[in-house]
Design a protein around this ligand. Structure first.
Ligand SMILES: C[S@@+](CC[C@H](N)C(=O)[O-])C[C@H]1O[C@@H](n2cnc3c(N)ncnc32)[C@H](O)[C@@H]1O
Length: 217
């Protein structure tokens, strides 16, 4: 750990707990375009690993691959024989992820599911039920992704959603310029449904962007 002062709580958490492996650093550094700076931060990668280890998740679905950064964090925590299906509809990004997996995850089973998740998820159902479903794609679709996840996660499995503060729009009264109304409705619906204690043991974790974690009861 560097000897420089910590900037804030997040900086303290990252520098104390995240321990970003070299492979993850390389994936992040390889994503150079400004529009590609949307991987989870390292401390959230570490948190995803913890969730995978806690549940012993062997069959994982990720919606939103980008360069494969979060996939690799989860893959490293999977038990032997584990598999990740990660959905990506931008071919450029799927290609980057494919290269990264070949280079940094040779011994892991990570299958890139190319195409629009709205079309590919129903086809994935036959491989389920899944132990963990990680949702990190277009925000307007979160409620739709949840429709699928609720039916395809096993009892005791996890549904995890990233960015669930939606840039704080979920709790703010004033309209948020960064967020469309449709995305706001979808995200509020997503969190409301996962907060149902009859169906889930759940919490919205106060990470930088908010991460909702729900275990199906
Ligand atoms: C926030 S990024 C994922 C970041 C990744 N989980 C990580 O942390 O390394 C969201 C990704 O989802 C993809 N995406 C968005 N909507 C999608 C859809 N309907 N089907 C498949 N992929 C989608 C985007 O192209 C983008 O690469």
């Amino acid at each position: 750990m560097k000897n420089t002062p910590f900037h804030d709580r997040r900086d303290y958490i990252r520098r104390t707990f995240a321990h970003e492996p070299k492979q993850q650093q390389a994936i992040r550094n390889g994503l150079t375009g400004p529009e590609d700076q949307i991987s989870v931060p390292p401390e959230d990668g570490r948190l995803l690993q913890l969730l995978v280890r806690l549940t012993g998740a062997k069959k994982i679905v990720e919606i939103g691959t980008l360069g494969g950064y979060s996939s690799l964090w989860m893959a490293q925590a999977m038990p032997k024989g584990g598999v990740i299906y990660t959905c990506e509809y931008e071919e450029r990004r799927a290609k980057i992820a494919e290269k990264n997996f070949k280079k940094y995850a040779k011994d892991k089973k990570i299958n890139i599911v190319r195409g629009n998740a709205h079309e590919t998820l129903p086809l994935l159902s036959k491989k389920g039920p899944f132990d963990l479903i990680f949702i990190d794609a277009d925000k307007v679709s979160y409620a739709k992704y949840l429709d699928w996840a609720e039916n395809n996660v096993r009892k005791g499995g996890l549904i995890v959603g990233d960015n669930t503060f939606l840039f704080d729009a979920v709790w703010q009264e004033e309209p948020n310029d960064r967020v469309r109304q449709t995305a706001l409705f979808a995200m509020r619906d997503f969190n409301r449904r996962l907060s149902d204690p009859k169906k889930y043991q759940s919490m919205l974790l106060n990470t930088g962007q908010g991460m909702t974690v729900a275990m199906k009861l």
